[in-house]
Design a protein around this ligand. Structure first.
Ligand SMILES: Nc1ncnc2c1ncn2[C@@H]1O[C@H](COP(=O)(O)OP(=O)(O)OP(=O)(O)O)[C@@H](O)[C@H]1O
Length: 453
């Protein structure tokens, strides 16, 4: 029995409804009937039928098929994925042809033979399944292209703190529990989220990222839940939201602490109902995603300050993992530094570069407000500038005293100085540092990039 399909039969003749239902019930467990076509809408919303078997005429004495065509067009408009098979009487060939042009999959003549009806329904459902697969693949492809920004690096760690953390992550990854990753910027939250997905039973399906810190208020719903063509001015095509694209996979909600209260409520509703509605549509779609969220914000403090909803926090933090900053796991510094050295030597065609003992000391003593990302940029810059076989100096602010004023009035240096100072004051929290500096997060990222921070 094909349990997963849902079929609706619409006919005003109770005998036809009964005989079709009895026949189809033997093959499909989810069969519904309606004697009035005006019920179609509520069925579409409630059950999202894969197929509708639709009569052409409902009013007594009328047999021009216009009603059938009207409802067919309506169904295709509201739910394009639903296949429609029309039931026509002998001699209504012209109407049947018109119906196919209007989007019906096929038609069957009344009275039908059971074999003919079953085989027409069977091929329509197969066609619909294949089409859905293709559509989902196409939409996944577009969304995946956005997610590829996360690098595929193996997670390197040696410190006991990270080894413990990885053991926990491995255990949790195997379940469907939602994970909240907490840690300063650049500690590796995105890398860990991807690692958790890879270690999970969902790893054959998509890993989809949403940067909630970068998504505008107006695009939030369309990005997360999708939209129907024409739902707003720029909605040129139907688009699946990230929740849908991540179906049966993992959805990574990065920077969740940046979500304002209104959007937190919208997200919570979807998580509670496990259903999402595309903008411009009125039917809900089931969602089956494993949620991994991350933030560098003090989320529990934010709950106390009424800036983050406690009920949303409970939804996302079934397991909470705190990633220690790099300065608290110094054992990781040399292996990461060497890995980055090898990577950038390859990239910039420099061979046999090594850290001098003095530069190794620098690496240990520095307090790394930008964590691993900063270490990576520091090593890259040093490789570019290195002239001999050794990296002699990394140019880090070793005494960690960002209050030291830059020499002279060089604007670039002053900018770097204040960026560092803001990062230091806010313990690497980009959002807060950006706020202190009067910049957007994106603008601060650009400046950090420019100064190799
Ligand atoms: N253990 C690791 N091994 C190798 N590379 C790592 C490791 N952890 C992080 N990285 C690298 O460090 C950089 C920062 O990592 P990532 O983007 O995951 O940090 P994050 O905590 O998500 O940062 P943000 O909060 O700014 O988004 C990336 O380039 C990533 O590849």
């Amino acid at each position: 029995m094909e349990k997963s399909y849902c079929i609706l039969i619409v006919d005003d003749d109770e005998d036809i409804l009964t005989s079709a239902r009895l026949l189809l019930k033997q093959h499909y467990s989810n069969v519904h009937t309606a004697s009035d076509p005006r019920e179609i809408n509520s069925f579409l919303t409630k059950y999202q039928p894969d197929l509708i078997l639709l009569d052409m005429n409902f009013q007594r004495g009328v047999n021009d098929g216009r009603e059938g065509i009207y409802w067919l067009k309506h169904i295709k408009e509201v739910s394009p994925e639903t296949q429609v098979i029309l039931m026509t009487a002998y001699g209504e060939v012209e109407i049947a042809v018109q119906a196919i042009k209007s989007g019906a999959y096929d038609f069957v003549l009344k009275p039908w033979t059971n074999e003919k009806l079953l085989s027409t329904i069977g091929t329509a459902l197969k066609f619909s399944r294949e089409r859905k697969k293709v559509e989902q693949l196409e939409q996944t492809k577009t969304t995946l292209e956005d997610s590829i920004a996360i690098k595929n690096e193996d997670f390197i760690s040696k410190s006991p703190a990270m080894q413990n953390l990885m053991r926990t992550l491995e255990k949790v990854a195997a379940t469907d529990a939602n994970i909240l990753l907490l840690g300063e910027n650049g500690t590796g939250k995105s890398v860990l989220a991807l690692a958790a997905h890879r270690m999970s039973g969902r790893n054959k399906n998509s890993f989809i990222t949403v940067d909630l810190g970068a998504i505008s208020h107006s695009l939030f719903e369309s990005e997360l839940f999708g939209h129907k063509k024409g739902a707003f001015t720029d909605a040129k095509d139907d688009k699946a939201g990230r929740f849908e694209t991540a179906n049966e996979g993992t959805l990574f909600l990065d920077e969740i602490g940046n979500l304002d209260m209104a959007l937190q409520s919208k997200l919570l509703t979807v998580l509670q109902n496990r259903k999402a509605t595309r903008l411009g549509e009125n039917r809900e779609r089931e969602i089956d995603v494993r949620l991994i969220s991350a933030t560098n914000m003090p989320i529990h403090q934010m709950v106390n300050d009424h800036q983050f909803r406690q009920d949303l926090l409970y939804r996302i933090n079934t397991v909470e993992i705190q990633i220690p900053p790099l300065r608290e796991r110094q054992e990781d510094i040399p292996i990461l530094a060497v890995r980055f050295l090898e990577k950038f030597c390859r990239k910039y065609h420099k061979s046999n570069l090594r850290f001098s003992p003095a530069s190794m000391d620098e690496l240990y003593q520095y307090h790394w407000p930008g964590n691993i990302r900063e270490l990576e940029h520091t090593v890259e810059r040093s490789v570019i500038l290195a002239e001999g076989p050794y990296i002699e100096q990394l140019g880090l602010h070793l005494n960690n005293n960002t209050d030291t004023q830059p020499n002279g009035l060089n604007l670039e240096e002053m900018e770097k100085h204040y960026v560092l100072k803001a990062l230091d004051k806010n313990r690497g929290n980009i959002s807060k540092a950006a706020k202190d500096l009067g910049l957007t997060r994106a603008a601060l990222y650009r400046r950090m990039e420019k100064h190799g921070l």
